[in-house]
Design a protein around this ligand. Structure first.
Ligand code: HAM
Length: 424
C-alpha cells in the first residue's frame, strides 16, 4: 500500500477546504472589483518557456524545475511560476490584439523542487495577477493596492510592503558593474552560491540570507542611485501614487527578486510572523518579457501570492474562517423501507435548496442522532416503520431540542421554510 505523499506536498483535507473556498471566493470578488478576468493555463509548458522567460541563470531554472521528457520526446516542465505561462497564453491567443490593457488573474498550483520547510513546499498554490499593455506606474500601484485590499479583507495588520526598483537593462548594466566591483575584493567571504552568482547574476547577492553575505551587502551600492532618467521618473511617480492612496511602504534596497524578467518596480509584502519564509506576496514590472518570448515590446506588471502562506498568516493572526455550510436536515432512517422513502425525500429537499443527508450504514437511532450532531444538522427528521404507517414524523430542532409532528408529505416544504431556503 502506498500511504505517503511526495515530500513537500500537502493534501487539502475536508476539514480545511472551507478555508480555501472562502479565500477563493474573496479572490474572485476582489478581481471583479478591479476589472480582472480569470485565466487558466496548463499544468506543464515547454521547458524552453521557463528558460527564456524566467532566465537561465535563476535558481528556479537551475535547480528547481520539475522537468521531464514526454512519450513524444518533448521536454516539458511543470508550472514553475505563473507569469511566463500567462504571457505565453496572452500572445498565443491574440489577447494582445484587443484593446489594452489586458488584466488577468489566476489561481494555480506551482511546482518547485525546493528544500521543504514551514511555508515552503514543492507544490504550492498562487493567486496571481498580470496586467499587459500599460507602462504607467499607476498600474503598478493598482496591482499593489489590489493585493493590500485583498489582504485587508481578512483584517490583517502587521504587513509590510517592501519596494525597490531594478531599473531597465541599460541602467542595470552599469549597476551590475558597480556591484561586482564592490563584492570582488571580498569574494572569499561570500557563501559558495554567491561566489558563483557574482559572474552570473550579481544582483542576487543582495537577497542572500547567509550571515557573511548579509554583512557585505550592507555597504553595497544601491540600485536607486544608478537609475537612468526614465526609470527614476517611474519610481518617483509610483511613490507619489502610493502616497496619495495612503499606502505605507519601505524602500528596501535588497529586494531584487529571484526571476530575471523584472524591470523597474519590484515589491514584496511581508508578514514577520511567518519566520524565514515571510513573503506572502511578491511581484513587479516585467517590460521586456513579452519581447523575450517573441512578441512586440509590451509592458507588464503583476504579483504572485502564496495561498498556503496566506493561510498560515491568517491562522497566526487568529482569523476566524466562516465555517462550512451546515446540513439543514438529517433524515434518520430506521430500516430499509424507511431508507427507500428517505432517498425520495432527499431528492425533493435538495431540489428545494435544502442541504440534506440520510443514514446509509444502518446505525441505530441513538447513534444516528449523534452522527447528525457531528454533521452539524439543524434539524433531524425520524423516519421508521411507524412513521411510514402513519404518514407522519417527528422533526427535532437540534439547537433548542423542541420537536414537532409533521406529515411526511409536507416535510420538505416545512424544512425549506424553517431554513429560509430558496428553491433551485
Ligand atoms: P515568487 O516570489 O517566486 O514570484 O512567488 C510568489 C509568492 O509565492 C511568494 O511570495 C510566496 O508567497 C509564494 N511561494 C513561492 N515559492 C513558494 C514555495 N516553495 N512554497 C510556498 N509558497 C511559495 C513569482 O512566482 C512571480 N511569478 C510573481 C509575479 C507575478 N511577478 C509578476 N507577476
Amino acid at each position: 500500500m502506498i500511504t505517503t505523499r511526495p515530500r513537500g506536498t500537502n493534501d487539502i483535507l475536508p476539514s480545511e477546504s472551507h478555508k480555501w473556498q472562502h479565500i477563493t471566493q474573496q479572490i474572485h470578488d476582489i478581481c471583479a472589483l478591479y476589472g480582472f478576468r480569470q485565466i487558466s493555463t496548463p499544468a506543464f509548458e515547454h521547458t524552453e518557456l521557463f528558460h527564456r522567460g524566467v532566465g537561465e541563470g535563476t535558481d528556479i531554472v537551475q535547480k528547481e524545475t520539475y522537468t521531464f521528457e514526454d512519450r513524444g520526446g518533448r521536454s516539458l516542465t511543470l508550472r514553475a511560476e505563473g507569469t511566463a505561462p500567462t504571457a505565453r497564453a496572452y500572445l498565443e491567443n491574440g489577447l494582445h490584439a484587443a484593446a489594452q490593457p489586458t488584466k488577468l488573474y489566476y489561481i494555480e498550483p506551482i511546482f518547485r523542487f525546493e528544500r521543504p520547510q514551514a511555508g515552503r513546499y514543492r507544490q504550492h498554490h498562487q493567486f496571481g495577477v498580470e496586467v499587459f499593455g500599460a507602462a504607467d506606474p499607476a498600474v503598478d500601484v493598482e496591482v499593489i493596492a489590489l493585493a493590500l485590499d485583498f489582504l485587508g479583507r481578512f483584517g490583517l495588520d502587521g504587513l509590510t510592503v517592501r519596494l525597490n526598483s531594478v531599473g531597465c537593462p541599460t541602467c542595470r548594466e552599469s549597476y551590475r558593474a558597480r556591484l561586482v566591483e564592490h563584492f570582488l575584493p571580498c569574494v572569499e567571504q561570500l557563501c559558495p552560491d554567491c561566489r558563483s552568482r557574482i559572474e552570473r547574476n550579481p544582483l542576487r547577492l543582495l537577497d542572500c540570507k547567509e550571515e557573511g553575505c548579509r554583512r557585505l551587502k550592507e555597504r553595497a551600492p544601491h540600485m536607486l542611485d544608478s537609475l537612468c532618467g526614465p526609470c527614476r521618473e517611474h519610481f518617483v511617480r509610483l511613490r507619489g501614487h502610493l502616497d496619495a492612496l495612503g499606502i505605507r511602504y519601505e524602500v528596501d534596497h535588497h529586494i531584487v527578486r529571484g526571476l530575471d524578467y523584472y524591470t523597474r518596480t519590484v515589491f514584496e509584502i511581508i508578514y514577520p510572523g511567518l519566520g524565514a519564509q515571510d513573503a506572502v506576496c511578491g511581484g513587479g514590472r516585467y517590460d521586456g518579457l513579452i519581447e523575450t518570448l517573441g512578441g512586440e515590446p509590451t509592458p507588464g506588471v503583476g504579483f504572485g501570492m502564496g495561498l498556503e502562506r496566506l493561510i498560515l498568516t491568517l491562522e497566526d493572526h487568529g482569523y476566524e474562517f466562516p465555517g462550512p455550510r451546515r446540513l439543514d436536515v438529517f433524515l434518520a432512517a430506521v430500516g430499509q423501507e424507511a431508507l427507500a422513502r428517505c432517498v425520495v425525500l432527499l431528492a425533493e429537499l435538495r431540489r428545494r435548496g435544502v442541504a440534506a443527508d440520510t443514514e446509509y450504514t444502518g446505525r441505530g437511532l441513538r447513534k444516528q442522532m449523534k452522527h447528525a450532531d457531528r454533521l452539524g444538522a439543524r434539524f433531524v427528521a425520524i423516519v421508521g416503520e411507524e412513521e411510514l404507517a402513519t404518514g407522519r414524523c417527528v422533526v427535532r430542532d437540534m439547537g433548542t431540542g423542541t420537536q414537532e409532528d409533521i406529515a411526511l408529505e409536507e416535510l420538505a416544504g416545512y424544512i425549506q421554510e424553517r431554513c429560509g431556503r430558496a428553491g433551485l
